[in-house]
Design a binder for this molecule. Structure first.
Ligand SMILES: Cc1cc2nc3c(=O)[nH]c(=O)nc-3n(C[C@H](O)[C@H](O)[C@H](O)COP(=O)(O)O)c2cc1C
Length: 320
């Protein structure tokens, strides 16, 4: 069990991973409705939050309003990150997550995200300052290490535990792998099996089926899982994993269900962001809803070039 708000009664929670540009409150709501036990916000720059930049506050908006609000922050200055966490708490966050894993060049080049894997004392200091600044739980998310020559996740987990982090998510890749190769769940299991680790460990990487989730729960012993990319266009995956964990039948969505949810996602996105931006952002999702459907190319091109809700609808109603 993971002793965090909303999760302490959930055995083997399956959580929507934070994804910049994807896990806005519309998508988080869709995934929660589909069975995710929790969902984390897109990452928010501590420096932007302390400067009270409006976009940062929008990223913190709740999905339903009654769910656990788990807000992710990145930064490399302990004082700013701690202040940002306090602002998140004051704005209704129930849990703050610290990003120590983002591999993107423009983030790490400024010493943020996965760059902290090269400076574990600073990672620990940031975590400690944040834990001391807020009264809500603080969690962290990181990777196995900077590259294969510096697999430091075990040491990072100990330092974060010492700093007072309440749960750690480990993505089974190094920074240098970015999103390539295969997530190493044996390495995740090694960190989990360290007898000195007493905080819950959430495993992450490449979960794209209920079967894989079940196997990795069993082989690694992790306390929970985060699912990212495979949920895009397929939020049903959460319900499928939860069903498999409960020993129930795994049900696949029909094409009609896919069209209906894609339509709802678009209309919610437009309510949230307006027609132009709502449609633009949905272009990251459209194709994923219909992955694997034969002869989909003309529909794909039409969906990706549609500029109005009516034009999208014209395409959607012809997918059957
Ligand atoms: C488009 C995209 C955006 C992401 N943004 C974040 C982020 O803001 N914070 C974070 O901790 N991880 C971020 N990630 C990493 C995911 O949370 C996750 O760790 C990674 O995708 C591996 O899990 P998966 O194989 O289930 O996708 C992002 C991943 C993608 C693909």
């Amino acid at each position: 069990m993971i002793e965090l708000p909303g999760l302490s009664n959930v055995e083997k929670p399956v959580i929507l991973a934070p994804m910049e540009g994807i896990t806005d409150h519309t998508f988080r709501r869709i995934c929660l409705d589909a069975g995710a036990d929790a969902g984390i916000s897109e990452f928010i720059a501590a420096e932007a939050l302390v400067r009270l930049v409006e976009k940062s506050f929008r990223k913190m908006e709740p999905a339903h309003g009654n769910e656990i609000r788990w807000v992710q922050i990145f930064g490399n200055n302990p004082e700013s990150v701690a202040r940002a966490a306090k602002i998140a708490e004051e704005n209704g966050a129930h849990i703050v997550d610290l990003n120590f894993g983002c591999p993107v060049k423009k983030i790490v080049s400024k010493g943020n995200g996965a760059a902290l894997l090269q400076n574990l004392p600073l990672m620990q200091e940031i975590a400690k300052a944040t834990v001391n600044a807020v009264s809500i739980p603080v969690t962290a998310k990181t990777r196995l290490g900077w590259d294969f020559n510096s697999l430091v996740a075990k040491e990072a987990s100990m330092r974060l535990q010492d700093a007072g982090i309440k749960a750690l998510t480990l993505h089974g890749r190094t920074r240098s792998q970015q999103y390539g190769g295969i997530a190493n769940w044996e390495a995740i299991a090694e960190v989990k099996n360290n007898p000195a680790l007493t905080i819950p460990l959430i495993g992450n990487g490449d979960i794209d089926s209920a079967e894989k989730a079940l196997n990795f729960f069993k082989s690694s012993g992790v306390d929970g899982m985060m699912v990212g990319r495979a949920s895009i266009g397929n939020p049903w995956l959460f319900g499928q994993i939860k069903a498999a964990l409960a020993g129930k039948e795994v049900i696949l969505p029909t094409l009609k269900q896919k069209v209906d949810l894609c339509r709802k996602h678009l209309s919610d996105s437009i309510v949230q962001k307006g027609e132009k931006r709502g449609i633009l952002e949905m272009r990251k999702h459209f194709v994923h809803y219909f992955r694997g459907i034969p002869d989909f190319k003309p529909f794909k091109l039409a969906l990706l070039s549609a500029e109005t809700a009516d034009a999208v609808e014209l395409v959607l109603k012809n997918i059957h």
